[in-house]
Design a protein around this ligand. Sequence first.
Ligand code: ADP
Ligand code: MG
Length: 216
Amino acid sequence: MLAVEIEKSFQGFSLKVDFNIKNEVLVIVGPSGSGKSTILNCISGIIQPDKGKISIQDEVVFDSDCHKNLPVENRKLGHVFQSYALFPHMTVEKNIMYGLKNHENTMTDQEVDCLIEKFGIKHLLQKRPQQLSGGEKQRVALARSLVIKPNLLLLDEPFAALDQETKEKLYEEFLEIKKEWNIPILLITHDEFEANYLGDKTIKLYGGSLVEKVAV
Ligand code: ADP
Ligand code: MG
């Protein structure tokens, strides 16, 4: 479960949203600059909201009234960025293992091996990100976000940069992750087909506000 009720202003922009979801996929759609990434950044703790409250699986991770603001590494969530944000100087293996350093109750070595096998990226472990295709980078970024056993997954336009064939393969993998992990997933996309095919619910954002809530 994820509950979000936040406000955040930048110069010339203000975000105010209120929504909650169970262990399901919520798709966030909206034009460029409407605040989609800002919502994910507030939830993951990269940006601090001005006001409000965020709870992940019954744990309050941010509450402005109580001055509670858990640091990013204590929020136990996976965040895959628009451009994947892999560390260019590290091998795929080091990228995947990096997240484990600051976390407790992560996957065991055996579970990590199993995940790597399942994602079909074992042969890539000693390569560096610039040697990978878009689809491979995406799989590595997803694997990196899952090894900490997240309670929540945030995916910022994860399929946008991929060709159609790769996208379709990854859609099926996404649906498997959804079934297997049974955690709330926030998915940002511009693609209507993607939203309907992958999401359980959709919210629309315009100029920092929710314009409607629709069940799909
Ligand atoms: P989207 O992901 O929907 O394209 P963003 O959430 O990235 O939109 O941005 C929403 C607005 O907030 C934009 O006007 C952007 O310039 C502004 N913004 C985002 N992050 C920051 C920041 N760290 N500092 C100042 N302004 C920001
Ligand atoms: Mg964005």
